[in-house]
Design a protein around this ligand. Sequence first.
Ligand code: SAH
Length: 366
Amino acid sequence: MNFVQELVNPIKKVNLLDFDRKGLIAFFVGLGEKPFRATQLMKWIYQEDVYDFNEMSNLSKTLRAYLSENCVIETPEIVVEQIASDGTIKWAMQTHCGNRIESVFIPEDDRNTLCISSQIGCALACTFCSTAQQGFNRNLAASEIIGQLFVAQNRVGKDRRITNVVMMGMGEPLLNFDNVVASCNLMMDDFAYGLSKRRVTISSSGVVPAIEKLGEACDVSLAISLHAVRDELRDELVPINKKYPLTMLMDACRENAKIAPRRFITFEYVMLDGINDTIEDAKGLIKLLKTVPCKLNLIPFNPFPNSSYRCSNKETLLKFKTLLNDAGIITTVRKTRGEDIDAACGQLVGQVADKSRRHLKLKIAT
Ligand code: SAH
């Protein structure tokens, strides 16, 4: 893409999209420059769409020459674009190492949401998620995370401003903590994208130590993929539960909600026919969620090849929703978008050179 500067030497050059404002200040101070260079540079990149250092007229000639020689502004590149009948757009973006990640643009009447990836593949093996079947390659750099927003916004144009970002694509964001925090900071920084903290959401399967750290590090909204109210079932559906069981998870959520008062946590609950959708499950959910300021988002299960689950039927789903709402828990059902191009929750797969050797392990185990 012509707005992305060519990467001449990927080893030595510094990608300036890897830094949030704090990181850029440290970078410039390290060069003997004044801290305000950080905001000057951010304005050029994120507000003026200027990516050629030589055109950054308020930087000194020497600094421009230094940046041209030693730095790049590099993002992943769109290699495939698919547009669904409902207007949802899915992009496969290629990273410099050749793997592909996926991002999804979801236009609605009152907002435009971008769903982005935080890792190449995922290491967590949730049984109902197709990303999990791909195995894991590596964490994305901050430039590759913010790069998805950068590329998507340039692609859809300024008249379709992206207003919301959800980290619900490929990967577990809280297992890539520093890079996810840096990119969220950029999303919310007025010198970059200036999104409100209510409009940037990290979705996690429940990495408890990271949830505990998150409240202090970054003031974003938090969504938790709950999916079960009994440890025995959650151990199976979301295996990280074996390490951080429900009591620990709910304690961490309560703490997070305290750090950010007036804030609520969104719990996500995928509806799996005959697995987690009984009246007992609904009652368990009410009991569990009563203790945290929260909203509940029920997600109809989206199938993918070789998945053994089915989505709960419409009647069960509505009954479940009514029970929860009647108990005072604000409950919504997630609208499935981009189904005809496999862009819905849990359907993002990209192209991942698996380093986790999960396929090998599965083969040995069977
Ligand atoms: N790892 C993070 C974010 C990625 S998944 C997390 O677990 O939250 C984003 C959401 O989609 C999660 O709530 C996830 O549980 C849900 N999801 C995954 N596979 C799904 C599927 N096949 N159908 C519906 N939702 C799914």
